[in-house]
Design a protein around this ligand. Sequence first.
Ligand SMILES: C[S@@+](CC[C@H](N)C(=O)[O-])C[C@H]1O[C@@H](n2cnc3c(N)ncnc32)[C@H](O)[C@@H]1O
Length: 281
Amino acid sequence: MTPDPRGTGSHPGIDTSVPHTARMYDYLLGGKDNFAVDRAAVRKVLEAMPDMPQSIRLSRLFLRRAVRYAIRRGVTQFLDIGTGIPTAGNVHEVAHELAPGARVAYVDHDPIVLTHARALLSREQQDRVTIVAADLREPEKILAAPEIRDVLDFERPVALMLVSVLHFLRDDEDPYGVVKRLCDGLAPGSMLMLTHASLDPDPETGLAASAGWANATSTMNMRTHEEILRFFDGLELVEPGLTATWNPDGEPTEVLERAIRNIWGYGGVAVKAPAGTHPDH
Ligand SMILES: C[S@@+](CC[C@H](N)C(=O)[O-])C[C@H]1O[C@@H](n2cnc3c(N)ncnc32)[C@H](O)[C@@H]1O
């Protein structure tokens, strides 16, 4: 048990002496589920890249648009890996606005995320929404998890959401292989929806900001547009491709999208075609 410096008790398995990526992200989004160590790490990031919070808000905007995009095209099951500490407009909230029967399985490896997410889910939601402790680096375990299979039917299309999480995998952790193994377990018509931090606007600044995660639970590995595009290999990328402000259905643009100068990331969606129909097969 680690003592909780906020004096609200103690959290089993939650280490308050190491910056956690989920809690750093919570602080970057203006949340209050973070500790001094997380805030100190974020301050280092912001010194190098003061405009990073805007890019994070764009990634959250992507998440909401991507959920609506999937539902409009008949995909109502979501596997959201790297869920994060719940904030307004979570996948199930956005999905249930358009499709009350939509099913969502959340996956994260951070115990604080699981504690918060479980507290948020109502009893009535529990047949349609689940939250599971698992590691993105173990895709087969995720695909086989009984709690996930209770909620998602893998015989039907699933939208796999990897929003702001793949940059926490180092190259030697085989992020491309992880994504491929996950997609291999999904039915045709499934979608891969991801955002990923990028250092394209200025690599030097990108590397300086990444150093803020040096002692955190996961390191930050920003990638170029070309490197991020590779995650979609073998899938059919939908228009407008991998972009900084992704808006395929022409939803009203947000002030943030018009005002932002440097965008430190990209988002995109691709569809898994039926076997034998994709030109790469
Ligand atoms: C930056 S937050 C993104 C949260 C959410 N997807 C969003 O876009 O708002 C990244 C989340 O990924 C989780 N995460 C990082 N590495 C992970 C891994 N290997 N397996 C599972 N979750 C991971 C962290 O705990 C954190 O909650």
